[in-house]
Each structure stands twice: as structure tokens, then as C-alpha cells.
Design a protein around this ligand. Structure first.
Ligand code: CA
Ligand code: CA
Length: 288
């Protein structure tokens, strides 16, 4: 990657995802948050980092597809390339023509992609814009960006409000196909909920597309031997973390940013087309 980046032009020819800067901090993790984070110490240092203001959109992801991102092995991890080859992935699962999204969906979050595809996009984006080393956020970076220094229950505070995010609209305990409660039945354009953004200015941390994080679901602080033993005991240990719930999530408790969910990194469709991501980078870190 280092060699590849040296001759790159300024990335004026692609859409660079907007990011917000979250100042580095030593934060005390409340017990209620730590309960869902195996091996998380009570005090954690986070670097100053940039994180996507929005979920990565179809329009942004299209640049990766059109640049041949699915054909360049160097952008992929060995495991990701294996699955890309095996399944002949050439674009997100919900793009009908294999190379472009549906009409008028350019501002929708990309959804229906595996963790490996999100990772490959980040690697390609670093190649195009080497001012940052783009990656997925760790789940703590994601959570802190979503709920702020006070680790509030929701990005906007502690009270649930179904009109501040795109979740599964329900009336009388059944799905409301009109999307009457929050205004959107399936995915909404990224950034549609101005009053749902987090203190740091991140939109859609709750609902819309569920978001892949960098972390394995259950491998924090483990020795290799313990890890191998645990995987044998529980194959779910091979999950990657997803956070925030999606447009298809039905109960508020399942949309809490502090709630962990996850699946295998090669899964593209968990429920309908609901899984996307946002980018992250450590400020000051470059490839050189
Ligand atoms: Ca909705
Ligand atoms: Ca989201």
C-alpha cells in the first residue's frame, strides 16, 4: 500500500465520505455499558479520531465499484478475497444490475455488504486519499461517537423517540407499511434525521443501516489458546460486531447503541438489506 499511495493524485475524482473529529479522551465506561463489552476495562483511552458523519452511501461506494475495487486483490484481506472469489461478488447484494444502485438511491446508505467488502472499501479509500488510514470504527469508537462522554442511552439523550431515527414502524404491534411513524419504510437517505444526530454530529447511529464495526464479537483480551478453545466451543465466536440496529429493527431495546449484535464477516444479508458501515481513522496516522 505504501508504494501504491506515493503517486496518487488528489482525490477530487471521487466522493470522500464526510467525517467528524472526535477529540481523544480518557473515558470512564459506565458499568451498564461495560456489561455488554467483554473484557472492557473501566477506563479506556481513545485516540483523536475521525468517524463518518453519515453511513457510507451508495454514491460513495459506487466509486469503489467503478474503480474496479472488486477486481484488485490488494484491497482485500486474504479471507475477504477468498469469499469474493468464491461467491463472485461484484457489487452490493441489493444493486440490481450488479454495477450500479437503483435510481434515486444515491444518498441511501450502502447495505447488503459483508464485513470484508466494507474493509476492502476502506483500504481502497486509503489508496485514493492517503491523508488518512481509513478503517472501520472499533465498537468503542463507534459507541463514544454515538452517545458522547456521558454515554447517554440514545444519541439525542436518554428518552426513546421513534421519530428521531429510521427503525421498523409499528402500529398496534404490527409493521406499519406506510412508514408513518418515522417517515421511511425501508432505508432513508443518510442524514435524514437532523434531531437524531449525536453530540459529535454523527447521523443515523440508531437505525437506518446497521453498521459493521472493526471488532470480533468475543475475542477481547484472549490468549491464542483460549481463543482457539472458545471457537471450538462456540462458532459464534467468529462473529464481527454490528451496532445500532436498522430500518427493520422492531423494538427500542434492540436499537440501543450500547447493544451488541453481530454475524459472520462473510454474511451480506442479515435481515433484508440492512447492514452497512461508516468509515473511521486515527487522526495523525498515515501509511508513511
Ligand atoms: Ca421506518
Ligand atoms: Ca445506522
Amino acid at each position: 500500500m505504501g508504494g501504491l499511495c506515493e503517486s496518487q493524485p488528489a482525490p477530487s475524482d471521487i466522493h470522500i465520505p464526510a467525517t467528524v473529529i472526535v477529540p481523544g479522551t480518557d473515558c470512564i465506561i459506565p458499568e451498564r455499558v461495560r456489561q455488554g463489552l467483554p473484557e472492557c476495562p473501566p477506563r479506556v483511552s481513545l485516540p483523536t479520531y475521525g468517524i463518518g458523519k453519515y453511513e457510507v452511501t451508495n454514491e460513495e461506494y459506487l466509486d469503489f465499484v467503478q474503480a474496479g475495487g472488486y477486481q484488485v486483490e490488494e484491497f482485500w484481506s486474504p479471507e475477504g478475497w477468498y469469499y469474493r472469489q468464491k461467491n463472485n461478488w461484484t457489487a452490493p447484494i441489493n444493486w440490481p444490475f450488479k454495477h450500479v444502485y437503483r435510481q434515486r438511491q444515491e444518498k441511501m446508505p450502502v447495505a447488503g455488504i459483508s464485513w470484508y467488502e466494507a474493509q476492502a472499501y476502506c483500504c481502497w479509500l486509503t489508496y485514493k486519499d492517503p491523508t488518512h488510514v481509513y478503517r472501520l470504527p472499533t465498537e468503542l469508537e463507534w459507541l463514544y461517537a454515538a452517545t458522547g462522554p456521558d454515554f447517554t442511552a440514545w444519541p439525542w439523550g436518554d428518552e426513546w423517540d421513534p421519530k428521531r431515527c429510521n427503525s421498523c414502524d409499528r402500529l398496534n404491534n404490527s409493521w406499519d407499511p406506510s412508514g408513518e411513524i418515522d417517515g421511511f419504510k425501508p432505508l432513508a437517505p443518510a442524514g435524514s434525521f437532523e434531531n437524531g444526530k449525536s453530540r459529535f454530529g454523527c447521523y443515523d447511529m440508531v437505525g437506518n443501516a446497521e453498521e459493521w464495526c472493526l471488532d470480533w464479537y468475543n475475542r477481547h483480551g484472549m490468549s491464542e489458546i483460549d481463543l482457539a478453545r472458545k471457537i471450538l466451543e462456540d462458532p459464534h465466536d467468529l462473529y464481527k460486531v454490528c451496532r445500532g440496529g436498522s430500518w427493520i429493527t422492531v423494538r427500542p431495546e434492540n436499537l440501543l447503541p450500547s447493544r451488541r449484535a453481530g454475524t459472520y464477516p462473510f454474511v451480506r444479508r442479515i435481515f433484508f438489506d440492512s447492514t452497512g458501515f461508516r468509515v473511521c481513522y486515527t487522526v495523525g496516522q498515515t501509511l508513511k
